[in-house]
Design a protein around this ligand. Structure first.
Ligand code: HGY
Ligand code: MN
Ligand code: MN
Length: 417
């Protein structure tokens, strides 16, 4: 059998079809978790899977599992996948590339009638982005037992819609699904994803072997001042919550970024109450997204955030709630070395630490896991200009295919290599 490789044309066709769901007309998508747009993307994938007679299942938090049986079907499955939800707006590669590369792997194996010892499952994790319903990686965190399903289901978006009601509405449009319990075992998990950073492209590299995912902590800081009239209130009487929040953000970013240039500090959301042009803001809340690859440094920086934010002040009261505490993770060394050997035999590749977080981080707490990166244009992501070369999309899927066969069907793998 000639070396097994994916059907690149089919992968690109399916990628083009998927991009229609939530298309903005500016090159990207708005496909928030459990929205009509993401539900349509899920339905499209499930229909492709049903044409293949793969079985389609969902767990109680809305993760999808598309299964092709193995010769020893009682074994825990080898799982590959990513997410279909996007930022608002987002690009056409973050998450969806990994789902389509995984589905293409299953189709290629099916096309060649290969029998794998392990069952194979493509997984679509629910709400990886966490922008509609915080936190990020919600579905995989519930699957891994790191987030309670009740807390997740009760989470609401800015319009007060809960995950529970959005999930119930979405399920009604997905067609017939088997229902499986939470936390079913996984033999091993692999995820293909765009790098979302500049390293691979700058190095002229086609594949990244992900050794670690850096840690991420997220906070919401609330500052209370006093509502006042914009025209009548002199400066000395004002308790302008926005002014204080701005000073706080300046101080926090200066102190955190003094640590080293690996720190990533982002204030991505700022809410002002009452958000009126002629009223002095009485309350402001802002989020902090803090990242670092070193567990102890991240812990120290989190303590600094809380200490500085809640420092005594005669006029203002500031409170901090941590919304995510996700330490760095190192992937299983056998998985990493296998991917490294396969990737280096296929293309210019290198080891890399992921700056973005992924569902694979949560899976790594339940089974051996690993990731394969492909470059993206100028490292742009969470942006409609996100772009990956078709040739990189295909070689990434090929590396995923050979890696899956190496673990799930060792005998067939010689043919694939
Ligand atoms: O936040 C992240 O790193 C991911 O893209 N959701
Ligand atoms: Mn992603
Ligand atoms: Mn993302």
């Amino acid at each position: 059998m000639s070396r097994l490789r994916v059907n690149g044309a089919r992968l690109l066709d399916r990628h083009h079809a998927m991009a229609s769901h939530g298309a903005t007309g500016n090159g990207g998508v708005v496909r928030p978790a459990l929205s009509a747009e993401e539900t349509a993307a899920r339905r499209t994938l499930l229909d492709w899977a049903r044409e293949r007679r793969f079985t389609c299942a969902m767990d109680p938090i809305g993760n999808l599992f598309i299964r092709r049986p193995g010769s020893d079907d009682a074994l825990a499955p080898v799982r590959i996948g990513s997410h279909l939800d996007s930022q608002m707006p987002g690009g056409n590669y973050d998450g969806v590339y990994g789902v389509l590369a995984a589905f293409e792997v299953l189709e290629t194996i099916d096309d060649h009638g290969l029998v794998t010892k392990f069952p194979l499952e493509v997984v679509v994790w629910n709400n990886e982005e966490g922008c509609r319903f915080p936190p990020t990686t919600m579905g995989s965190a519930v699957h891994a037992g790191e987030l309670s399903i009740d807390a997740a289901l009760e989470t609401t978006d800015v319009n007060g819609v809960s995950v529970r009601s959005a999930l119930e509405a979405s399920i009604r449009s997905l067609g017939k699904l088997q229902h499986i319990p939470l936390g079913t075992p996984t033999a091993l998990y692999l995820e293909a994803h765009i790098e979302q950073g500049p390293v691979l492209e700058a190095g002229g590299l086609a594949l990244g072997v992900v050794t670690d995912i850096q840690g991420v902590a997220q906070f919401r800081v609330t500052v209370k001042g006093e509502l006042a009239h914009a025209g009548t209130t002199p400066k000395y009487l004002r308790k302008d919550a926005l002014r204080y929040a701005m000073q706080l953000i300046d101080e926090l970013s200066a102190r955190v970024e003094r640590y080293d240039d690996r720190v990533r500090f982002t204030v991505g959301s700022l809410r002002v109450f009452p958000d009126a042009v002629n009223t002095v803001p009485g309350e402001v809340s802002f989020t902090i997204d803090l990242r670092h690859p070193d567990r102890s440094v991240l812990k120290e920086l989190c303590e600094l955030i809380v200490k500085v934010s809640t420092a005594e002040d005669s006029q203002f009261v500031a409170s901090v709630v941590q919304i995510l505490d996700s330490p760095p993770v190192r992937f299983d060394s056998n998985i990493v070395s296998t991917i490294r050997q396969i990737a280096s035999s296929m293309a210019e590749s290198t080891d890399i630490i992921s700056g973005a977080t992924h569902d694979a981080k949560l899976l790594a707490s339940t089974c051996p896991a690993g990731m394969i990166f492909i470059p993206c244009y100028r490292g742009i992501s969470h942006n409609e200009d996100e772009y990956a070369e078709p040739s990189h999309m295909i070689v990434g899927a090929d590396a995923l295919l050979v890696s899956v066969l190496r673990f799930a069907a060792p005998s067939a793998c010689d043919a694939a290599h």
